[in-house]
Design a protein around this ligand. Structure first.
Ligand code: ACO
Length: 370
């Protein structure tokens, strides 16, 4: 038995949800380029869960369900107010989603239809929880979700307590489409491993959130923003990045295991970042990002991934960096839950082996002789 570090190149299961072949990402056979330009996030979530794009009635029914499920238990809000104010938002989200299971009487019901309902519930409630966490940490009361709004619009509304502008809604909706699923990425795989023991959907999503939090995965978008803040301005980019390159340090938002010639999602976020900077009349962040890209791609051949330009996009939408990775989770919960449902369709516990490299033939020595 020989181990493969990071399971690179290992095909762990079959899946019909999303695929990455020769750098082309598809959801259920639809090219991400097509979906990014034409589909709403709600259509994409339906596609991931049910394997086809919804018709008018099916989309209407899904939106009704999302509206019904979006409010969260008041007890959960009271609990969230007790979390330390300066805690990591992904840690708070992980805790809140774990707690959410306690208020769902059907949490452990393994019936397929009930689990589909829980997938929609989680999709509806995650934005409400993230918005509430943001407001609570600012000492404000959470804003109740409104009926009849898209997930993107409702989230921005709950965050700011006022109607968001069309540009922000459109940009966030497209970002949600781009982040919705990504084959056997670390968080999705973590979720699948958890539910393959026949544990419940909330446990699967809680595991997935824990994995997404890390800076080598979803946490990279927040780390990119911290880097941009640290650099401070366009004039400091060259010395800062050159120093990191010389020291062979990791530069957040670059590289990907499955894309060596560039992440197909990154170009949309770059375009969005440029357009927002033109609209706002301040291109500092965008120009800094472009200069970083020129240096990192030029010297290391590493291309930006989905997280690199999303940092400047969200900042230009007036969203604080602590919410970047939770926003990723708002989108990816659609993919996580689709994968969880798929895992159960032909389940087998996931239990790989390890190549043992430790000591052999050790003999027990009583404690007083050690
Ligand atoms: N900065 C500097 N060097 C890098 C970077 C980077 N961002 N990414 C890869 N490299 C280096 C590796 O250290 C490795 O060097 P080596 O051969 O001297 O050891 C080489 O490039 C090849 O690396 P890969 O095998 O392609 O990387 P791996 O698959 O192990 O890791 C990962 C992928 C974690 C995404 C890595 O590229 C990274 O750390 N990037 C920065 C964090 C990041 O942006 N994460 C978000 C990814 S997208 C997502 O999860 C949503």
């Amino acid at each position: 038995m020989t181990a493969t570090k990071g399971l690179e190149g290992i095909v762990a299961a079959t899946s019909s949800i999303s695929s990455i072949v020769d750098g082309v990402l598809t959801y259920r056979g639809y090219d991400i380029n097509d979906l990014a330009l034409h589909a709403s996030f709600e259509e994409v979530a339906y596609l991931l869960w049910f394997g086809k794009l919804p018709n008018v009635q099916e989309l209407y029914d899904l939106k009704q369900d999302l509206d019904t499920f979006a409010p969260i238990p008041q007890t959960l809000i009271e609990q969230m107010k007790l979390y330390p104010k300066d805690t990591n938002t992904m840690a708070a989200l992980r805790t809140a989603i774990s707690a959410l299971a306690l208020y769902d009487e059907e949490a452990d019901d393994m019936n397929r239809t009930i689990n589909e309902k829980k997938a929609i519930k989680l999709q509806a409630q995650l934005p409400t929880i993230v918005a509430a966490l943001s407001r609570i940490r600012q000492g404000k009361e959470p804003v109740q979700p409104q009926k009849g709004l898209s997930i993107a619009e409702n989230f921005l509304f709950m965050l700011r307590g006022e109607q968001p502008d069309e540009t922000s809604i459109k940009a966030l909706d497209q970002a949600l489409v781009l982040h919705a699923d990504h084959e056997f990425n670390a968080s999705t795989f973590a979720g699948r491993v958890t539910v393959a023991t026949l544990s419940d959907i909330y446990s699967g999503v809680t595991s997935a959130i824990g994995a997404l939090k890390g800076p080598l995965h979803g946490g990279a978008n927040e780390a990119v923003m911290r880097m941009l803040e640290k650099i401070g301005g366009i004039d400091q980019v060259e010395s800062y990045i050159q120093d990191k390159l010389n020291k062979r340090e990791i530069i957040m938002g670059f590289g990907h295991r499955v894309y060596k010639n560039g992440d197909p999602r990154a170009k949309y976020l770059q375009t969005m970042s440029r357009e927002l900077s033109e609209m706002k009349g301040n291109s500092d962040l965008y120009e800094m990002s472009v200069k970083i890209e020129e240096m990192v791609t030029g010297q290391k051949g590493l291309k930006p991934n989905v997280d690199f330009y999303s940092a400047s996009v969200y900042t230009q939408l007036g969203i604080e960096s602590e919410l970047f990775t939770p926003i990723f989770a708002i989108s990816r919960v659609s993919g996580w839950t689709a994968h969880i449902l798929e895992q159960w369709e032909s389940n087998r516990i996931i239990r790989p082996r390890a190549e043992y490299i430790g000591l052999h033939d050790q003999k027990y020595i009583s404690i007083e002789l050690r």
